[in-house]
Every structure is written in C-alpha cells, then in structure tokens.
Design a protein around this ligand. Structure first.
Ligand code: APR
Ligand code: ZN
Ligand code: ZN
Length: 361
C-alpha cells in the first residue's frame, strides 16, 4: 500500500518551494522506506530549485537526513525495520573500475530507488540526490542506508549525510591530515568548520581559519581553529605563511568554491603541501595559474567529493566520536525548523546566518 505524506517540492525553476502531498510507494526489491526524523538544508537543495543541476522538475528536495527504516523490499539484508539510519547519496555499485580497484569513493555508478515517488496527481518526482528527505517518508535504495547507534540525536546524525561529512572527510580522507600538521581552511561555513573539526580529530597542531565574516571565524574557534584570519582585512596567503614559519600549511582546504579562494589555497600551501577543493564551483569558473608555479611546487592538488567518504566505515565511526564528546555535531545545528520553513531557511543560508538549519519531523 502506498503512503500519503507531506513533502517539500520545487515545481518550477527559481520559484519558492511548496509543501505538498506526495505518494511514496512500498519498497520494491532492494529498496527501503524510511520515516525521516531530521534533514539538514544544504546548498545543493537550493541549486536544484534554481535549476542549476538539471531541468527534471518537480523535485522533492532534502538529502542530508537520518531516520528509521519502516519497511524493506525483497532481498534487503543489511538493514531491517526499526533500524536508525543515515541516508547517503552514494550507494556504491561494487563492480565498476573504481570499486574493483578499492577506491569506491570514486564510484559514479551509484544507485537509487527505481520506483518513483509522485505528486497526488501521479506526476513523477525527482528526489534531490536520489534521496528526497524533506518529507515524512522517503523511498531509497537499501544501500543508501547506513545503520548507526540510535543513541545519537537525529539532527546531528543527519548532518553526516552530506555537508558535514564532506568537510570532515576533506580534511581526514582527502587531505590525509596527520598528527602535528598545519592546516588552513578557507571558508568557514558548515563545510569549512567541519573540515576544522576533522583536522582537530586528526591531531593537527595548527588550524588556521580564513573567512570574510567574523561570525564564522568565532564559530571556527569553537570547532578547533587555533588562529583566524579575516581575509577582507588581511592577505590570507601572507597571513598563513607567517603563521607557519614562512612555509605555508601542510594541508589547505578550500571550502568556498571560487577561483580567487582556490588561488589563495594554491599559494598558501607548503611546497610539498596538499590543496583540497571541497567548495563546489559553477561551470563558468576558471583559474589561471602560471604553469611554472604548478611545476615549482610538489605536493598535491585534489578535489573531494562527499569527503571521499565510505558511509559504512565513516558514519558509525563519527557517530562514536560524537557520542564520546570528541566531535561536536550539535554545534553545527544553528536552528531546528519544520517542513514549512525550508524556504525561509534558504534565505538564512544565503545570508550566511546559519551553519545548518535542520528540519525535524
Ligand atoms: N574568502 C573567504 N571566505 C569566503 C569568501 C572569500 N572570498 N567568500 C565567501 N566566504 C565564506 C562565507 O563567509 C561562508 O562562511 O565561505 C563560507 C561558505 O559557507 P556556506 O555558504 O555556509 O557554505 P557551506 O555549506 O559551508 O558550503 C561551502 O562547499 O559543499 C560545498 O556547495 C558547497 O560550495 C559550497 C561550499
Ligand atoms: Zn562502483
Ligand atoms: Zn548536500
């Protein structure tokens, strides 16, 4: 029997979202029906609404979520009804070249539920990132569910489903921050502050936070930054070099997604340092670097998709650290809101007033 619930829909490009009745089918083979408990508001939801991802309107938004598995389809063995799970947007295929070479975080053959959720009139919905969790219930592939300790708060757990995992993973998985390293993070929104938290977990000795907004730099201190630089007042490259004895940082995480901040990251790293791009650029953006400068520096230039995470490895581990008080996931929850507040939350996100707004159901 299908399930009639409420969901946040983007019907047309650029128009405010609306709360509507949607129909969620029973799970088919390999699928899971999840009762959503919490779902964070992420930039990507706004990009969908703005038509920046594709034109497959209407979208069911929301993808940074945790909840309880309510029903599973035939053949599902990894999760069962009653399990507390974090949803992920990369359920790896296990068979592609990346998967078979042991680098599943580069798997782009990921799968989602094959049955469609619809509006009440039967119009098929495109769930954001194959999830669609600004809804009381959603349908996903069972591989998109990772079981974690139910003692974690849903609001905190859901954050690992996207932006906060992306930031932590950018530092730990992609950047490979080691004990004693110096780390600089450019852009201290939710993602950048998560990179700071990740660098602290990894034992970085110096963590330099860079932003143009002093509020963000205050939050950065709370998450573990040892130094802060307001880059509208000071040249961040010089400041980072000065704070690292003239060398530059071992790992620089760029969490804005703009050419000028990427360039800062490039020059703020130690000659053998690593630059990690986790901010998502738009298609029109270009960088222009002297090739001699690329040649003259060793190290690595990397991008980080979803923090190069492996949900089955990273989600339970980070929830353990959270429960032990070693990772402040609650600190990222600036406000909890209802399903009808998503549009207002987009405004707050756009104005930089929040790290994360989280819809509670
Ligand atoms: N220099 C330094 N910081 C900047 C600059 C700049 N030129 N421009 C903007 N910022 C800061 C903002 O003040 C803000 O604190 O970058 C931060 C961006 O944070 P958010 O808007 O909260 O975005 P967040 O959710 O952290 O995501 C950052 O990562 O995953 C991607 O799509 C996401 O591209 C986005 C980026
Ligand atoms: Zn694969
Ligand atoms: Zn996201």
């Amino acid at each position: 029997m299908a399930h009639e619930v409420r969901g946040v829909i983007a019907r047309k490009k650029g128009e405010p979202v609306s709360l509507e009745t949607i129909i969620v089918p029973d799970p088919g083979p390999g699928e899971a029906l999840v009762r959503v408990q919490a779902c964070g508001v992420c930039h990507t939801d706004l990009h969908y609404r703005e038509g920046g991802i594709n034109d497959d309107f209407p979208f069911l938004l929301g993808h940074e979520a945790a909840g309880i598995v309510e029903e599973v389809g035939v053949g599902v063995t990894d999760v069962a009804p009653g399990d507390f799970v974090i949803l992920n947007w990369r359920a790896v295929c296990g068979q592609c070249r990346a998967c078979s070479r042991g680098r599943p975080w580069y798997c782009f053959a990921t799968h989602n539920a094959t049955q469609k959720m619809t509006l009440a009139d039967g119009t098929e919905l495109s769930p954001a990132l194959g999830i669609g969790a600004f809804a009381e219930k959603t349908l996903v592939a069972a591989g998109q569910c990772t079981k974690v300790d139910p003692a974690a708060s849903p609001a905190a757990a859901g954050l690992l489903g996207c932006g906060i995992m992306a930031g932590i993973g950018a530092a730990i998985n992609t950047g490979g921050v080691n004990r004693g390293d110096s780390v600089a993070v450019i852009g201290c929104g939710g993602v950048g502050n998560a990179a700071i938290a990740g660098a602290r977990l990894a034992g970085a000795a110096k963590i330099i936070a860079v932003d143009i907004d002093d509020r963000k730099l205050q939050w950065a201190r709370d998450f573990g930054a040892t130094h802060t630089v307001n880059s509208s007042a000071a040249d961040p490259v010089e400041a980072i070099r000065e704070l690292t004895g003239g060398d530059g940082a071992d790992v620089v995480v760029e969490a804005v997604g703009r050419p000028e901040t990427y360039e800062q990251a490039f020059y703020a790293r130690d000659l053998a340092g690593t630059v990690v791009l986790v901010g998502v650029p738009t298609p029109d953006m270009r960088i222009d670097l002297p090739l001699l400068d690329v040649f003259g520096r060793g190290g690595a230039l990397k991008s980080s998709w979803y923090g190069d995470c492996l949900p089955s490895r990273d989600f339970p581990m980070l929830i353990d650290l959270y429960k032990q008080g070693r990772l402040d996931l609650d600190g990222f929850v600036s406000e909890t809101i209802g399903l009808d507040d998503v549009e207002a939350a987009f405004g707050k996100m756009h104005r930089g007033e929040v790290l994360r707004s989280v819809v509670m159901l």
